[in-house]
Design a protein around this ligand. Structure first.
Ligand SMILES: C[S@@+](CC[C@H](N)C(=O)[O-])C[C@H]1O[C@@H](n2cnc3c(N)ncnc32)[C@H](O)[C@@H]1O
Length: 196
């Protein structure tokens, strides 16, 4: 019998499903093979929009084949996620319900084309800038050489976000052997009426 266990990606997907609703504007910051893009497209439905970024045309091509032929709500952009603010229309800034990052290199692809600390942090800053109140950022970090530095750098940024405005969680599978991936999740506080 096939066993199903939780992993970093399935955890991130569950968090996204909890938050994203039909009609939402969302961003896949690392399209890769398109699994996250597909989930986001399903969650936002035909009335929402997914902006997807990758620096490799091959990734965008594979992702496009994964999407339903009728899917018109996904805008795949061949550009680094550090350019997200310039590509996403200003009217959507502050209205983005979720941004997903799945860092590292394209599985089955060129390992040298990987996310990098500097651009990842620029993109994270921009994602925080366009996130809606009540919105979510998920970041799956891996432990290859560049990945470890990236994981630490991401954590350092999240660690100092003001707790009145953001809740930051780190989820890890500490019984897994080796250096298992880590899922960071960042929730922007919703607006609320002050209680008397
Ligand atoms: C682990 S894969 C993403 C997996 C993907 N989300 C999926 O569902 O299959 C990481 C991707 O990040 C891409 N990448 C590397 N640097 C990037 C950058 N600056 N901006 C956007 N994507 C980048 C790589 O080309 C690769 O496709």
């Amino acid at each position: 019998m096939k066993r199903t266990t939780e992993n970093a990606v399935s955890t991130a997907h569950r968090l996204v499903r909890d938050v994203v609703r039909p009609g939402d504007v969302v961003v896949d910051a690392t399209v890769g093979n398109g699994w996250d893009t597909q989930l986001l497209a399903e969650c936002v439905g035909s009335s929402g929009i997914v902006y997807g970024f990758d620096v490799q045309q091959i990734a965008l091509d594979v992702a496009r084949t994964r999407l339903d032929a009728n899917t018109r709500n996904v805008d795949l952009i061949l550009s680094g996620h550090e350019t997200m603010q310039q590509h996403i229309p200003a009217e959507h800034h502050g209205r983005v319900r979720a941004v997903t990052f799945n860092l590292g290199y394209l599985p089955g692809g060129e390992k040298t084309v990987t996310t990098k600390v500097d651009t990842t942090l620029q993109a994270l800053g921009q994602a925080l800038g366009i996130l809606a109140p009540g919105g979510l950022i998920t970041i799956v970090c891996y432990s290859h050489l560049e990945g470890r530095a990236e994981m630490q750098a991401v954590q350092d940024v999240l660690m100092v976000l003001p707790q009145a405005d953001y809740s930051c969680l780190r989820t890890e599978f500490f019984n897994q052997k080796g250096n298992p991936p880590v899922v960071f999740s960042v929730y922007r506080a919703s607006s609320y009426e002050q209680l008397p």
